[in-house]
Design a binder for this molecule. Sequence first.
Ligand SMILES: Nc1ncnc2c1ncn2[C@@H]1O[C@H](COP(=O)(O)OP(=O)(O)OP(=O)(O)O)[C@@H](O)[C@H]1O
Length: 621
Amino acid sequence: MPRPSALGRSPMAWVTGVMLASLVVLALAGPLLWGAAADRPNPSAVLLGPSAAHPAGTDGLGRDLLARVLTATRPSLLLALASVVLGATAGVLLGACTAVLGRRARRLTAGLINLLLAFPALLLAMFLAVVFGAGTTGAVLALAAAAVPGFARLAQTLAAGVAGTDHLAAARVLGLRRHRLLWRHVLPNIAEPLLLSVTTAAGTALVALSGLSFLGLGVQPPGYDWGQLLSQGLDRIYAEPLPALAPGLALLYAALAFQLLGEVLAGSAAGRGPVARIPAQRPAPSGPAEGGTVLQVDDLTVELPTPGGTIRPVRGVSLSLRPGEIVGLVGESGSGKSLTALAIADLLPYGARVSRRTLRLLGADLAALTRKERDRHLATGLSVIFQNPASALNPSLRIGTQLTEAVRTHRGASRAQATAEAVDALRRVGLPPAVLRSRPHQLSGGQRQRVMIAAGLMVRPGLIIADEPTTALDVTVQRQITRLLTDIRRDTSAAILFISHDIALVGEFCERVLVMYAGTVVEALPAARLADRTRHPYTRALVTSVPDLTAGRDRPLPTVEGAPPDPLAPAPGCPFEPRCPRRQDLCAEQAPPLDDLGAGHRVACWYPLPVTADTKPVTAS
Ligand SMILES: Nc1ncnc2c1ncn2[C@@H]1O[C@H](COP(=O)(O)OP(=O)(O)OP(=O)(O)O)[C@@H](O)[C@H]1O
């Protein structure tokens, strides 16, 4: 929310504060100070004009109109606020839940919101006021119901932004239930714009409620609010304008105060600059690996619907990791690395279809588990470190809350125990316990990435998937993070799947490397072979295109000529064939199988390169 210091410097904020304070004082003190005069009939002073005794005149029973206007502040404000709170609560819950519902329920809810929005709000309020019955309760409920669609649409739109964030994905992997996702991860991140809307909606509700009372559908005699006083004053407006003007001015003053409040809060929020986008890390636990394998994936394929048709960005990928092993998954942008990781973590976007022959994590066949069991197994066995630590941590939560959430949810750990574990996890990644009290925006990029890694360690994962965890960091911090991952592997025996487009980094940091191209693994080999034993022309091209400091500065950097194939029009042959310097007829006709060359080396190429010793050494870029 806006900082008090920023608000304090704005003259408009001061004016707004004074106006709101005066309304609050009037609402509290009005009935006590002027309630008696407002209700006391005086047959000798009926329908008088303004005078010193009655500055706004009197009504048909001789009651002082100024006293009635001042006394009506409380009911007018309370009823308007009640209708806004009810309408906003229902609307926000309806709209925000679309971020955590399944596809079908989300569509139904979105359809319902669209349907409700088709009715003009004020007409709907009047209709409902008649249905609920003329009176205070009916008017408040009618206005609340009429406000629901607007708030629902706003919350739905805002929540859609949160739904695509890494930190919500991270929370899903943690296995948090939907209501918890909603309360902890969606609502806090959309609260600010919603609160701004609530303030302006309060002014609108005030006017609308007075309108219903004016029409005889709202507050009923002997009760009264500004709308009803306005209606009574209107009967004699040509003879005495003040009895109508006084409640009208009060209404205008209060509506303006709420409107200004919205403006001040919005201005302050905008001036603060964008909120650091969050996120964090994900989950994961530990468990015994079966047959010495932490992860076994065979023939993984992912299909995604796109406007141009269905694409298969991952096709028949197989990989396995043993405890304590660091395997690199490398390839140019769009080769399917992230989708492979997301498929393993069960985090694919809505609409994705996944098929696989085997998907075993820590001894469990994920396909054989129920949804709930799978979520729990993933939440306690797998940790995912996202590329952008600034967007992977929830900006609205303290680091301590984010670190302890998973262990408290899954292991039922007490707050003290979870905090002790969080301090230990932070220590392991080289951060002090004080970080627990920080929020993500108070940390540097490297510190956030360490926090993400610490969050993953909290569940003692058997497998850590690090999806380009160093791409957003400078080279020095990159080194610190890769060293940290190496230490973690040594200390915990967790296997690490390290995804990167930087083949030099992968060659240096990993033990085995899988090279992906156009959704398939084209070569798998020990990292030590990258320098001079690559057999696939694409891998060789990647290796030779790594710049080094000794290259002549006047010579252009080597690049891999051409572009990856169009995923909407896959060719039957080898996907690299159009760019391959060694292509022959067979390459365009048939995709090559991933042949085993022995010594952990496999290649998918009809005409693999001969082994040479003249390839340049791979050095970190
Ligand atoms: N939600 C989606 N809908 C449609 N296509 C998608 C979606 N997500 C990814 N793709 C496409 O799938 C392909 C593989 O994407 P993926 O993110 O796995 O690539 P990547 O190798 O990780 O690339 P990068 O290094 O840029 O992250 C790309 O062509 C991408 O455009």
